[in-house]
Design a protein around this ligand. Structure first.
Ligand SMILES: [Cu+2]
Length: 131
């Protein structure tokens, strides 16, 4: 009886003070908020409209500052005579607009400044800027 108690107390006393209670905590590494970036590539393509219009009034062109490449350009003729919007070189565009009518042509796809004129009235000139 006595030997067992001694052995038990000895064992208990020798091994109770060695290690602490809690081991190194290793359960606090998965708490970061990682639920973002759900709508990254949802930006629609920019639609630039309502500025691609040329107006002809009193034998003069009114052109927008610039038009996007390949844009549909409308030409409104407010005069009582027909006019054309004809590129001076390269044949980039050529459209005839009847009196009081509106015609549409496609702007060049290559950026640049395109001088144009009216085939029916040699003093009518304009520049279409594509960029
Ligand atoms: Cu003209």
């Amino acid at each position: 009886m006595s030997t067992l108690l001694i052995a038990a107390t000895a064992a208990c006393g020798s091994s109770a003070d060695t290690d602490g209670s809690a081991p190194t905590s290793s359960a606090s590494s998965s708490s970061g908020p990682s639920s973002t970036a759900a709508s990254a590539g949802a930006t629609p393509s920019t639609t630039t409209t309502s500025a691609t219009a040329i107006t002809i009034d009193a034998f003069a062109y009114t052109t927008p500052a610039s038009v996007p490449p390949g844009a549909m350009v409308s030409v409104t003729n407010a005069d009582a005579e027909a006019h054309t919007v004809t590129a001076d070189d390269g044949g980039a565009f050529d459209v005839t607009i009847l009196p009081g009518a509106t015609a549409v042509f496609t702007a060049p796809t290559t950026p640049g400044s395109y001088a144009f004129s009216c085939l029916l009235h040699g003093n009518m000139h304009g520049v279409l800027v594509v960029q």
